[in-house]
Design a protein. Structure first.
Length: 561
């Protein structure tokens, strides 16, 4: 270890594969390849910040160039090569930051330098950090050397943005995806560091550090360093002190706040939130933590303490499980949607604090929405059932509604413009008084006709195949001729006509034939049936070139006339 530096992240930086935590598979694979003398031309390490990409790159460089060999790699008494590599001043191990040297000229200088063999070590090694920052031209210049380098030359790349690296470069490297460090493993690691530094920090405070670091060892050590510097020598850093230092708050406050939301106690809800806000917690941080609590309430039965990433203690976890038994999943999902939407609202409001307070008030009133909606749906179903029964019992009235367009048209030819206008108003008033009576696909087509939505009617009759028609839900399939704005226009009109939101879904099922298709099929069946009659055969016997091409259904009234 580098004992001369006071920064914990550097002081306890791993120097060998044995010192690494959380990357056992990567370390074993690299060691096996070196021992088997099957070292790849280039290594590529990718992962989030602070999990050991550059550290592993240096360990690989030391493993390849250690004077004692891979089996006896230096641990305490470093050889000249290992010491120089640890101090970043080895003549044959060049570390380059691609963020500051992104151009093709920098890569050309690197390639030119690679023409010369190593001076004191076995391999010449180029470590390029944040390699994704190289320009496209720089990557192209590197390709040939990367694929067929001299035997003494090895590349080691490190990046946090693997998707920004051309696939042609990735395919020439042996790629290792470094994982986040598990919470328990990271907790044990920083606890050992705390003991070595004689720090007086509680386990709860260490768990908070692990939670904030999100699996990054460097972040965890930096936070521990900050905590130890803030701490008085004779005082223990407990959870509350750590929350103040790192800008976090006690999650039990959020659980109590959620409990008061469910009880509808607006005064207590706002009081708890203002207390949290006065602790210096930013509204965005508060909202993200509230979303985490909602997640735990929703999934309380499927979670264990280990899976909460040290977010909760035992008492808080038990309390969440108890409260969640009395909360419907629908309410929690609604809360989640409102909170996520409020996150985007925070970016456009000038006073985020007030926006959070209004959100909490909305949640208090939102908790009863599900019950209200259920009652409305129940009443609505009763109303629709009554209407349907009335329509079945009074068939003549329904027929009058369907024939309204034809009657209005006939009267319009006989009346003046003023009289026609009055009839149109009466017709619209009659339709408006009969809201919510669209209970079938046929009625929908008739409404389009009555409302003079001829384009919608044409699409429904010719290009739409009905799959199912239920209460406020229509499932259809369609042919390639359907207008692209059909669903949007139909949804809008249905809302205007019924004052209800309709769900229109597209199905892969073929569905029923369209109205036009039904008419054509019926016509073909009639023609086929009539061709088997004696009348048609008599006609053919007298007119051999005759062909039956159409059939008309003559109503009884027309025959009487």
């Amino acid at each position: 270890m580098n004992k001369n530096t006071k920064v914990l992240a550097l002081k306890y930086r791993p120097q060998t594969f044995a010192d690494l935590i959380g990357q056992n598979v990567v370390a074993e694979t690299i060691l096996n390849s070196i021992e088997a003398n099957k070292v790849p031309n280039a290594y590529l390490f990718t992962g989030i910040r602070g999990i050991g990409k550059t550290t592993i790159a240096r360990i690989v460089a030391k493993s390849l160039n250690c004077s004692n060999g891979i089996g006896k790699i230096c641990k305490e008494d470093l050889c000249e090569n290992c010491k120089s590599i640890s101090n970043s001043n080895h003549i044959d191990v060049l570390e380059m930051d691609a963020a500051s040297k992104t151009g093709v000229d920098d890569v050309r200088d690197l390639i030119e330098f690679s023409r010369y063999g190593p001076t004191t070590a076995k391999y010449k090694i180029f470590i390029i950090d944040e390699v994704h920052m190289l320009s496209k031209q720089a990557f192209n210049a590197l390709l040939k050397t990367l694929e067929e380098p001299p035997e003494y030359l090895k590349f080691i790349f490190a990046t946090t943005e693997i998707k920004k690296i051309p696939i042609t470069v990735v395919s020439r490297c042996q790629r290792f995806d470094l994982s986040r460090i598990k919470s328990l493993e990271l907790f044990d690691f920083i606890k050992k560091i705390k003991d070595k530094e004689n720090g007086n920090v509680s386990d709860e405070a260490l768990k908070l550090i692990v939670k904030i670091s999100e699996g990054s060892v460097r972040d965890a050590l930096s936070l521990l360093d900050r905590a130890l510097l803030t701490l008085s020598k004779d005082k223990e850093l407990d959870l509350k002190s750590a929350q103040k230092i790192f800008g976090y708050f006690d999650k039990s406050q959020l659980i109590s706040l959620f409990e008061f939301i469910l009880k509808g106690n607006e005064k207590e809800v706002l009081s708890i939130y203002r207390e949290i806000y006065n602790q210096g917690v930013e509204p965005k941080v508060f909202l993200n933590d509230f979303l985490e609590i909602l997640y735990y309430f929703k999934n309380a039965n499927s979670l264990s303490m280990d899976s909460t990433n040290f977010e909760l203690n035992d008492d808080e976890f038990d309390k969440i499980k108890e409260i969640s038994q009395n909360v419907k999943n629908e309410i929690l999902i609604l809360f989640w949607q409102f909170c996520v939407k409020s996150l985007s609202e925070l970016e456009i409001v000038s006073n985020q604090h007030l926006s959070i307070e209004m959100l909490l008030i909305r949640l208090i009133h939102l908790k009863d929405v599900k019950n209200i909606n259920s009652e409305n749906i129940k009443n609505e179903n009763i109303t629709k059932t009554n209407i349907k029964s009335k329509l079945i019992q009074n068939k003549n009235e329904r027929d009058d509604l369907f024939d309204l367009k034809d009657k209005a048209s006939s009267i319009g030819q006989m009346k003046s413009i003023i009289q026609e206008k009055n009839i149109e108003e009466e017709k619209n008033e009659d339709i408006d008084n009969k809201k919510n009576i669209i209970n079938s696909f046929e009625q929908l087509i008739e409404f389009c006709s009555l409302k003079k939505e001829m384009k919608l009617k044409y699409e429904l009759e010719k290009n739409v195949n009905l799959v199912s028609f239920e209460k406020q839900r229509i499932e259809i399939s369609f042919n390639e001729n359907l207008d692209k704005d059909f669903i949007k226009n139909l949804s809008s009109k249905l809302y205007d006509w019924t004052n209800l939101r309709w769900i229109i879904t597209l199905s892969k099922i073929k569905g029923q034939p369209s109205k036009k298709e039904k008419e054509i099929n019926l016509k073909n069946d009639l023609i086929k049936e009539l061709k088997d009659t004696s009348i048609y055969k008599d006609v053919l016997s007298k007119f051999t070139d005759a062909e039956l091409i159409d059939v008309k259904n003559i109503e009884k009234e027309e025959l009487d006339d």
